[in-house]
Design a protein around this ligand. Structure first.
Ligand SMILES: Nc1nc2c(ncn2[C@@H]2O[C@H](COP(=O)(O)OP(=O)(O)OP(=O)(O)O)[C@@H](O)[C@H]2O)c(=O)[nH]1
Ligand SMILES: [Mg+2]
Length: 284
């Protein structure tokens, strides 16, 4: 299973983010709460330089709540502000605004002490494809979000959106290239929908997902597909796929399991959270 991210795309994406970072006070890095390690791009910190990076764990509704608490602690202990949210429903958005405001408060206080007018904190949102950047931006804006007049010095027509009197947001989110350097990372990105299925073999993906689920989250899998809880850990990927296929009636003529169909169903159900609250990256 090989996944390629073209080096040219990578360089261009990083350059675009680098250009925008010079315009903001802080960067909001959106991670997928199910894969806080696999969805982060360590190169971002070099680009951000001394600017604060705030980590938001999005899609927390799909992740294992106990694991999310542990990840928040790990990230905070590393000196980075962190909060978990559900950008689809809007849960946790108030806390995001507080963190953004806090991140640059000292800098703005210093500017004001030097006699400059008080201004809003400027931020941009970055994250891998499909992590929920647009959803978060929409939630932050709510109804109050209104475009801010073009600011002198902002080239290439980039617009600012006023979130409230304290925060302005650069309207274009930065799409960070996902890290595909290691196979396990690539698979987790595919399971969560960050990279397109067409790049990978869905039957292999679903089979490996079943092995992961049976090892770490057997209960929701067993209850949904009627698998035997005492035996599920012993089953191979193929046996698990077959059992799930049978449970769903995914059969071809002759009673052979339709592996493509059950694989697509399993991946869809996982992504929609129907296989339970699952975290794929374990905190150190
Ligand atoms: N369950 C859940 N789904 C979410 C959440 N946030 C976003 N989504 C869903 O995730 C999908 C991608 O969301 P977007 O906001 O379009 O993600 P994006 O990062 O802007 O994606 P690109 O622009 O394609 O890179 C959509 O189907 C959203 O409804 C969340 O907190 N929980
Ligand atoms: Mg988007």
């Amino acid at each position: 299973m090989n996944i390629h991210w073209f080096p040219g795309h990578m360089a261009k994406a990083m350059r675009e983010i680098g250009d925008s970072i010079t315009l903001v006070d802080a960067v909001v890095e959106l991670l997928d709460a199910r894969i806080p390690e696999s969805s982060r791009n360590p190169k971002l910190y070099a680009l951000a330089g001394k600017k604060p990076v705030l980590v938001i764990l999005n899609k927390a509704d799909l992740a294992d709540p106990g694991m999310t608490r542990r990840w928040e602690a790990v990230i905070r202990n590393s000196g980075t502000a962190c909060v978990s949210v559900n950008s689809e429903k809007g849960t946790g958005i108030g806390r995001v605004k507080e963190l953004i405001f806090q991140s640059a408060k000292e800098k703005l206080d210093r500017e004001e002490a030097k006699g400059r007018n008080r201004r809003a904190v400027r931020v941009m949102v970055v994250g891998i494809p499909n992590v929920g950047k647009s959803s978060l931006i929409n939630r932050l804006c709510g109804k109050a979000g209104a475009p801010v007049a073009d600011r002198p010095g902002v080239t290439r027509g980039r617009k600012w959106i006023r979130i409230d009197k304290n925060i302005e947001l650069l309207d274009t989110p930065g799409v960070l290239p996902p890290r595909l350097d290691d196979r396990q990372t690539g698979i987790k990105l595919a399971w969560t929908g960050a990279i397109r299925d067409s790049l990978l073999d869905p039957v292999q993906l679903a089979g490996e997902l079943l092995l992961f689920m049976s090892a770490h989250y057997p209960d929701p899998l067993c209850s949904r597909y009627g698998l035997p809880p005492d035996l599920v850990r012993e089953l191979s990927a193929e046996q698990l796929l077959n059992a799930c296929g049978k449970a769903r009636g995914c059969l071809r003529s002759g009673g052979i399991i339709d592996e493509e169909r059950i694989s697509a169903i399993l991946l869809d159900e996982f992504r929609a959270g129907r296989l339970g609250h699952v975290t794929l990256d374990f905190p150190p």
